[in-house]
Structures are given as C-alpha cells and as structure tokens.
Design a protein around this ligand. Structure first.
Ligand code: ADP
Length: 263
C-alpha cells in the first residue's frame, strides 16, 4: 500500500510538472503564432510599415521557449556530483564581487563566515550555482532594496532533528544561509516552493526550477535545505552540507583495503 501511495504521489508530481511546462510552452507558442498571423495579414494587405515589432515579438517568444527547454534539459540531466572537501568560507568570499554586481544598487551585500570552519564534502561548482540561484531569488524579493546576507557556520544535527527530517544523518554540518530582507512568503507559497515549475513570477522571468534544483542538489550531497520566511520581513534559505570528516568509520573501512599486502 505504501509503495502504491508513493507511486501515486510520483504520478501526481509528474502530472503537475508536465501540466506546468505545457502551460508555459503553450503561452510562448501562442505568442509566436499570433505574431506570424498578424505578419501574414499585414503582408497580404500590403501594410508593410512597422512589421519589425511583430517579428521581434515572435523572436522573443521563441527565445523564451528555447530557454525553457534548455533549463528542462539541464534539470533532467542532473549532472552527477563531484564532491570534494571544500572550504566553504573561501567559496562564499570568492562570490562576493559577482553577487554585488548581480544585486541592484539599493541592495547591500554582507558576507559573514565563521572562523575555522571545517571543510564540507560538496561539489563546489554546484554549490556556487545553488547560492547564485538563491541570491537571484533574494534580489527578486527586494524590488525596493534591502540587504542580502550570505553566512556560513558549523552546526550539529542531533538524532531528534534527523528523525523529523528524514534522509539526513546526525552529525556535523556546514550551513550556508542566504538571507534577504524582502517580501517573504505566505504559508501556501512556502508549501509549494520546492515543487518543480512552481513560480509566482511572470512567464519568462520565473521557471520555478531554482529551489527544486537546490533541493535536489542538497539531497544528493547528503544534506538538507530549510527555509524560514516571514511575510513582509524576509526569507532565509539554509543549505546543510556534511562536514568532510564526519564519517570516520566509513572512511576507515574504505581505505583499509589499500594496506592489504603489508606485513
Ligand atoms: P523562480 O525563482 O523561477 O520562481 P524558484 O523555485 O527559485 O523559482 O522559486 C519558486 C517561488 O518561491 C518563487 O516564484 C517565489 O514565489 C518564491 N521564493 C523563492 N525565493 C524567495 C525569496 N527569497 N523571497 C520570497 N519568495 C521567494
């Protein structure tokens, strides 16, 4: 019964997902077909002035459709991770310039990192794109300006926490938090944010894939994502990543065979 339920939930998710894509894609095609129709009629009746406008509209819609399929492909490919012990403090500081350039002028950028963080076991490139994704969400949530804070610290997750958050094991984690002082989210939005293709942004601006990708990345990294948000006050998204030396037992077991033949 549990398996059947899981299967049903999976099918439901796939249904929502394909419905979402079909809807977005349809809107883009409607734009293209509409513009071509107008062009055809204009040309047939010899009204040739101002045709650029409709060609541009068709082109823009086609480009959006192309961008959507490119993202879809990237999403379904789900590159395998190249996880290595990574200095997260370093990584976060190396993003500072890029983030400042990505934010609007009315957004302050602050980087806070704990001293002597242990290395985390993570794919540095994927973590960078996750952080950039979150920062862009933060920017979008602060149209009137505010503050973006990128912070990292070490945190211990205990058995009680892990019982409530299935899939994570107790131990030491490096936590990267991307926080904003933006519009925040209501409970209904918070409930859906990790769903692929859920977006509250206008078509062409939001794909609804950002947070679901961050979620998948954290899961694949044996970590976790948590979101705290208050309407009108802001949002904080935390990515938990396991400390690189957090599983000494497994490492010993793996490295043991290397010594065979000795003595
Ligand atoms: P997208 O940004 O393309 O919409 P995401 O999966 O990244 O896709 O986000 C889904 C939705 O979650 C957004 O459309 C927005 O409503 C909400 N959201 C995400 N991040 C924030 C944030 N920092 N502040 C407020 N709302 C957010």
């Amino acid at each position: 019964a549990e398996e059947a339920l899981r299967q049903a939930q999976k099918m439901e998710a796939v249904g929502q997902l394909t419905g979402g894509i079909a809807h977005d894609f349809n809107n883009m095609l409607t734009g293209i077909i509409g513009a071509i129709d107008i062009l055809k009629r204009r040309i047939a009746s010899g009204r040739l002035e101002d045709l650029d406008r409709f060609m541009d509209a068709a082109s823009t819609s086609a480009q959006r459709a192309a961008a959507l399929t490119a993202r879809l492909l990237a999403f379904s490919r789900r590159q395998s991770l190249d996880s290595k012990p990574t200095d997260i403090g370093n990584l976060v500081h190396s993003l500072e310039d890029l983030l400042r350039r990505t934010m609007s002028e009315s957004i302050e950028v602050e980087i806070v990192s704990a001293t002597s963080l242990p290395p985390a076991l993570v794919d540095a490139n994927q973590l960078e794109s996750a952080i950039i994704n979150l920062a862009i969400n933060a920017r979008d949530a602060m149209p009137d300006g505010g503050r973006l804070t990128l912070a990292c610290e070490e945190q211990e997750l205990d058995a009680a926490f892990c019982a409530r958050n299935l899939g994570v094991t107790p131990g030491r984690y490096v936590v990267v938090a991307v926080s904003d002082t933006g519009v925040g989210m209501d409970a209904a939005t918070l409930d859906k944010v990790f769903d692929p293709f859920f977006t509250t942004k206008p078509i062409g601006q939001g794909t609804g894939l950002g947070l679901s990708m961050v979620y998948g990345f954290a899961k694949q990294s044996n970590g976790l994502v948590r979101i705290h948000s208050t309407l009108g006050e802001g949002t904080s998204v935390k990515i938990f990543l396991p400390v690189a030396d957090a599983e000494p037992e497994e490492q010993t077991a793996e490295s043991a065979p290397i010594h065979h033949g000795d003595g």
